[in-house]
Each structure stands twice: as structure tokens, then as C-alpha cells.
Write a protein that binds this ligand. Sequence first.
Ligand code: ACO
Length: 311
Amino acid sequence: EEAGRHARFQARIEAEERIEPNDWMPEAYRRTLVRQISQHAHSEIVGMLPEGNWITRAPSLKRKAALLAKVQDEAGHGLYLYAAAETLGVAREDLVDQLLDGRAKYSSIFNYPTLTWADIGAIGWLVDGAAIMNQIPLCRCSYGPYARAMIRICKEESFHQRQGYEIMLTLCRGTPEQKAMAQDALNRWWWPCLMMFGPPDSESQHSEQSARWKIKRFSNDELRQKFVDATVPQGHHLGLAFPDPELAYDAETGHWRFGAIDWEEFRQVLAGNGPCNRQRMRQRRDAHAAGAWVREAALAHAGKRARRASA
Ligand code: ACO
């Protein structure tokens, strides 16, 4: 009986059917999705911090309005993703608790500092560019609510990527100091962005099963290579140099080959020892505590309405 259920489930996956919340699913499939979707949601929420840091210092009203809108979009992405995770039978409060007490992961990339305005350009261009590369295939993920949430998220991410690239373009066409600032941002963000795609395929413990379930459509290394191939010409168009002496175009394969990634740095960031891990978690906990009155007021209001409705 149990084996039959698993076989029928896998057959639905093979047939490219979407799995919906009330459908039967293997417990491990549910756990994998809760893990990935909640990590993704936390990344969006923590990802507001490095850029939020620059809202008060944006160089013009137009830049400030765009950045404000972008950071608000990220809050929205976090909320759609928590809602998608909730369809799997978990409570949002529990997921948030897991983030705040340090049990849950969020993307390594948000543990790096935003030192100059050019970092806002580099984040849009590179971090959001990497995010899109990873997320477009998730629009075809086998789990319906996650796949549908990704469609709108990808549209917004693509606007974010363009606003970042446009900041870089403006700086690169500006004074020598502005161009140097853009180059410095590329130097600091390039390698951490390559780490966003996760460990090499040979060390990615979840990839094989997630590919079988059609949660992942491309491997970590495949997406990393696609990102490098798309991004290197964009950097050259800006007139910038990549901080990798081994970066070279391979005419035979049509791919840009790149140097070795420092996986020890990645492990350290995941272990909580990146440049900003402690600061990010402290700010997140403070923001959550500062929002307690909003949650209490919302609950009191909902309680009043329920009492009125039943009176
Ligand atoms: N930062 C932090 N943790 C990571 C990262 C990263 N960049 N990459 C991999 N990991 C973690 C995995 O979560 C996993 O940890 P866990 O077992 O405790 O959950 C472990 O490293 C091993 O990695 P994989 O076996 O390759 O894990 P997985 O199959 O989940 O692939 C990936 C990782 C590609 C990040 C996948 O989870 C994914 O596509 N997630 C959705 C996209 C996302 O979360 N993006 C967030 C950043 S983009 C943004 O928010 C703007």
C-alpha cells in the first residue's frame, strides 16, 4: 500500500503534474519543501537589512524611492514564501522562532557588509541576478504554491536586477572615484555571489533527491555556471575587471571558466562566523521585539471582530 502511494506520487511528478497542499505526499518531500521555502523566506527578510542600511543615505530622491520600493518588495517576497510554507502544515510563528533563535539557515550572502553606495548597485546586479538564475526554474517546481509564488517574485527580482545594473552603469560612467567604488564593490561581492548557489554538486546532500522530485531543475554547479556566463559580459560592458585571474573564455564549450571558490569561507559564514552574522541576527531580533505591539494589536482587533460577529 505504502509503496504504491510512493510510486503513484513519483508518477505524478514525472508527468509534470503540480502537487497541491491537500494531495498525499511523502513526509520527506514535505520536510524538504518546508526547509527550502522557509530558508528562502528568511533570506528575503534578512536580505532587507544590508540594503535598508542605505535608504537614509541614497544619493537622490529618485534613488531613495527605488531602494525603498525594492526593500518593501523583499518583505512581500518573505510573506508570500511564509504563506507557501504554511500550506505544508507548519506555523509561521514557529518558522520565525527558528530564525530568531539561530536554528534556521538563511542565504550566506546577507552576512556581508554594504560599505558604500556602489554596494547597492552590486547587490542589485549580482545578488539579485544570482537569485533570478536560481529562481526562474523554481517557477516550474513540482509543488504548486511554491511555483506560483515564484512567478511574481521573479518579475520583481528582474526589476531589482536592472535598477542595480543601472546604478553600476551610472557609477562607471562617472568620475574616476565613482568607477573605483564600483570596481571595489565588484571585487568584494563576486566570490560571495558564486557561493550563493550552494556547495559543489559533489557535496550537495539534497540535490539528487530534490532533482528526482523536480523541486530542483538544475544543479548548484549548473546554475553557478549559467550565472557566470551571463554576468561576465555585463561586467565587461561596464568596463570592470573581475577579481579572478583564472577567468577565461573557453571557445570550445562556450563557457567562462573560473578559479577555485574558497569553500572554507562559505563554511565559516554558514557556521555563523561571517563578517555580519551577529549584527544581522541582533537587528532581526530587535526588529521583531519592536514589532510586538503590532502583533498584539492585530490579535486584539481580530478578537474583537470575532466576538462582534458571534454576538
Ligand atoms: N547560504 C546558506 N546555506 C546554504 C547556501 C547558501 N548560499 N547554499 C546551500 N546552503 C545550505 C543548504 O540549505 C543545506 O543546508 P541544510 O541541510 O541545513 O538545509 C546545505 O547548505 C547543503 O546544500 P544543498 O544540499 O545544495 O541544499 P539545497 O538542495 O537546498 O540547495 C539552494 C541549496 C540552491 C540554495 C536551494 O535551497 C534553493 O534553491 N533555495 C531557494 C532559493 C533561495 O533560498 N534563495 C535565497 C537567496 S536569494 C534571495 O533571497 C534574494
